[in-house]
Design a protein around this ligand. Structure first.
Ligand code: FES
Ligand code: FES
Length: 150
């Protein structure tokens, strides 16, 4: 048995230690906001927070995160600045990539609370949205930075 803490709740799953976290979140715990795309840590779609740091769940094993706090987009409160900004700016199109990009944004803003446009562009360099919502993502990141309590 593997023990995990997901969105503040203790979970036990009967899987092999090497199983990627993404599979366990989706197939064992039913958290389908975490999406599969490239499977090789290239696109960012499967991003979750591990102890507050953005990590690609497709390539990290459950064994590696047993002692950590795992957060998916469901674990962010409704009034989290990133959620508020995403809704205000109506960012998603199909929505597939959005939970991962939102969580990457949470990590980014924790390190860069007042980012420049160039820093935002750099942060978006390694996340893929096939619908091309990057202009609205940038607006939402700027808004989230502005409304976040400092
Ligand atoms: S599915 Fe994990 S980074 Fe693309
Ligand atoms: S909103 Fe469709 S992939 Fe990003």
């Amino acid at each position: 048995m593997i023990s995990l803490t997901v969105n503040g709740q203790k979970k036990q799953v009967d899987v092999g230690a090497e199983t990627p976290l993404l599979w366990v979140l989706r197939d064992n715990l039913g958290i389908t906001s975490v999406k599969y795309a490239c499977g090789i840590a290239e696109c960012g779609v499967c991003t979750v927070l591990i102890d507050g740091e953005a990590v690609r769940a497709c390539t990290i094993s459950v064994e590696e995160v047993q002692q950590s706090d795992i957060t998916t987009v469901e674990g962010l409160p409704a009034d989290h600045p990133v959620k508020v900004a995403w809704i205000e700016k109506q960012v998603p199109q199909c929505g597939y990539c959005q939970p991962g990009i939102m969580l990457q944004t949470v990590d980014f803003l924790s390190r860069q609370p007042n980012p420049s446009e160039d820093q935002i562009n750099d942060a978006l360099d390694d996340v893929i949205c096939r619908c091309g919502t990057h202009p609205r993502i940038k607006q939402a990141i700027q808004m989230a930075a502005e409304i976040a309590p400092k």
